[in-house]
Design a protein around this ligand. Structure first.
Ligand SMILES: Nc1ncnc2c1ncn2[C@@H]1O[C@H](COP(=O)(O)OP(=O)(O)OP(=O)(O)O)[C@@H](O)[C@H]1O
Ligand SMILES: [Mg+2]
Length: 292
């Protein structure tokens, strides 16, 4: 697999924001929970709202976000009018000792982070489904942490272990402990906090009872573990189908390629999710340009 190089946008398309970027990290140590899919939807939604968006793929092994953005770039080059992010990816250091490797990872991350913070309104970072140094580092830089989780009791384990009643937390998960540590690191570094938002992914219409049970337990967990909930995303084949073109249904609807009810409903879900993130107000690029 060849990974993309960074995407410097044409100068005339660049209108740097007045404030440093707001950083959204998408994380969950559990593999396949929908991190990259959720990241793509947040990215396209912000691009379509006219923002300068930076994207950073820390999952070099899979490179899902990078492949998606490469596909999107190819569609744009073939004539589709698609807004593109400034994309970067980071390979973990291969230096021999852990201390050396972590120091190199930190330097590279800090450099990319500093560049993107100045150039973009929002930076979206996709992290690997494993506990890695770069993943932890990214978490500590999140203004908003979005954690997608599959909609099952099994996946609740990645937040905490609950007792048989489903109401009492017995023990935080290693992932929740890690977020707790990174929150502390963040507070020490710049006195800022991390808004942690959990999103249920692949909601199905089946099994409404089970779904409600999970929602009840999640609500019981929010305070104890320190996150809040945002509306979830349904199971939809369209998410997989659009990957090779680097599109989301937001693009299809915008281009008039589709007016299907199910795509309109899917767009509504993504909008509801992004709205629930309650991101800070920014002036879209067009308005900045007009004000010059
Ligand atoms: N809401 C959804 N509806 C249908 N398919 C989905 C949905 N969310 C994710 N998928 C599919 O599930 C698979 C895993 O999703 P994704 O790659 O986004 O997860 P991930 O958390 O990034 O995985 P990893 O930990 O391996 O990086 C992909 O094939 C994706 O297309
Ligand atoms: Mg992924």
């Amino acid at each position: 697999m060849s990974l993309a190089e960074s995407t410097p946008l044409p100068e005339e398309d660049s209108w740097p924001p007045a404030k440093p970027a707001h950083v959204i990290v998408v994380g969950n140590e559990k593999g396949g929970s929908g991190k990259s899919t959720t990241a793509m939807h947040i990215i396209v939604s912000l691009l379509r709202d006219g923002y300068e968006v930076g994207t950073l793929d820390l999952d070099a092994r899979q490179g899902t976000l990078t492949r998606y953005i490469n596909n999107r770039r190819r569609s744009a080059a073939a004539g589709e009018p698609l807004p593109l992010p400034r994309h970067q990816f980071l390979q973990p250091s291969e230096l021999p000792t852990r201390a050396e490797a972590e120091a190199e990872d930190r330097d590279r991350f800090d450099q990319l982070y500093a560049e993107m913070r100045v150039l973009c309104d929002f930076v979206v970072i996709d992290t690997p489904g494993a506990n890695t140094y770069l993943g932890r580092l990214a978490h500590s830089h999140a203004d908003t942490l979005v954690t997608p989780m599959n909609d099952s009791f099994l996946d609740l384990d990645m937040l905490a272990t609950v007792d048989a009643t489903g109401r009492n937390v017995e023990k935080l998960s290693v992932y929740s402990e890690m977020v707790f540590e990174q929150r502390k690191a963040r507070m020490q570094r710049d006195r800022s906090s991390i808004d942690w938002v959990v999103v249920r992914n692949r909601l199905s219409n089946l099994n409404a009872r089970n779904k409600q049970d999970i929602a009840d337990v999640m609500n019981a967990l929010t305070r104890r573990v320190g996150f809040r909930m945002a509306p979830g995303i349904s199971e939809r084949v369209i998410y997989r189908e659009l990957f090779p073109r680097g599109l989301t249904m937001l693009d299809l609807l915008e281009a008039g390629e589709s007016a299907s009810m199910s795509h309109v409903a899917a767009r509504q879900e993504v909008r509801a999710l992004v709205e629930a993130l309650a991101l800070p107000e920014r002036q879209p690029k067009q308005q900045r340009r007009a004000a010059e």
